[in-house]
Write a protein that binds this ligand. Structure first.
Ligand SMILES: NC(=O)c1ccc[n+]([C@@H]2O[C@H](COP(=O)([O-])OP(=O)(O)OC[C@H]3O[C@@H](n4cnc5c(N)ncnc54)[C@H](OP(=O)(O)O)[C@@H]3O)[C@@H](O)[C@H]2O)c1
Length: 258
């Protein structure tokens, strides 16, 4: 598998799963356009990618919840590389909120997880049609497993799954594939960005490991493997599909079921 001469645009590349995707694509010689808001963190990932592939990725500081930034992300990528082969819609956020919490939680999270992804995809799609490229969306197992304490988050991921299916069907005749990866827990800064302390975050993920049927959780690299596979020609017959990587979380606890 090799992405030589392929242009891969990744959002949320400044950390976590997006950074792992960037490093994996760099190993496969992709030309990278990397998007994040935190310039220092994004630069670190860019330097690591350059060390791996010898090619310096394009750095795009942008917030996908800001309407104009989505247009600019695509324009800067096209101005620099002339095309887009793969769009990885990975940027996302979580908020601890349920039904009784303020509705602005829903507005904030939708602006990034749904509206930002929707707008960026709209801007990128003419270029993906030209290259007969593909899109990989980083959704979540919480698109189908309800967690009331994260209700707006679960709702945004469910919306993304339907977005994946509709866009896949609309774009199939044009040769553009669209798929999602639906991770279970992955130890990243997702909850830290939502205000959880480092210690609590570590404790949360350690506890989750113990409650997974496989008694472990996936790493960012595990998720990146799946993203890269879906973006590759090896997945040329796969579109509109969700790819769950959750160490069995969706099955429930085997001890309780036994
Ligand atoms: N970690 C998990 O347990 C888990 C499980 C299932 C699904 N996911 C999904 O995986 C994706 C990546 O999350 P992660 O776990 O890697 O978390 P993370 O470490 O917090 O990384 C999130 C990335 O998204 C970027 N981002 C967030 N909001 C953005 C915005 N409005 N505009 C541009 N970039 C934005 C962040 O950029 P800056 O840091 O530069 O602001 C960061 O690079 C998310 O869609 C998340 O929902 C995560």
């Amino acid at each position: 598998m090799d992405f030589k001469d392929k242009v891969v645009l990744i959002t949320g590349a400044s950390g976590g799963i997006g950074a792992c995707c960037a490093l994996h694509f760099a190993k496969l010689s992709a030309k990278l356009a990397l998007v994040g808001r935190n310039e220092e963190k994004l630069k670190e990932v860019i330097d690591q990618c350059e060390n791996i592939s010898g090619d310096k990725p394009l750095k795009i500081i942008a917030d996908i919840s800001v309407e104009d930034d989505n247009n600019r992300i695509v324009t800067e990528t096209i101005n620099f590389f002339g095309k887009i082969d793969v769009l990885v819609n990975n940027a996302g956020m979580v908020l601890m909120a349920g039904l009784m919490d303020d509705i602005t939680n829903y507005d904030r999270i939708s602006a990034t997880n749904i509206r930002g992804t929707y707008l960026l995809t709209q801007h990128a799609i003419p270029h993906l049609i030209e290259t007969k490229g593909n899109i990989v969306i980083v959704s979540s197992i919480l698109s189908t497993v309800p967690l009331p304490a994260l209700m707006p988050y679960c709702m945004t991921k469910a919306a993304l799954d339907m977005f994946t299916k509709c866009v896949a069907l609309e774009m199939a005749p044009k040769g553009v594939r669209v798929n999602s990866v639906n991770p279970g827990p992955v130890a990243t800064n997702l909850f830290i960005a939502a205000g959880v302390s480092d210690d609590l975050n570590k404790g949360l993920y350690d506890n989750m490991k113990e409650s997974m049927p496989l008694r472990k959780i996936a790493t960012g690299e595990d998720i990146a493997n799946m993203v890269v596979f879906l973006a590759s020609d090896s997945a040329s017959c796969i579109t509109g599909s969700f790819h769950v990587m959750d160490c069995g979380l969706h099955l429930g606890d085997p001890v309780l079921r036994a």
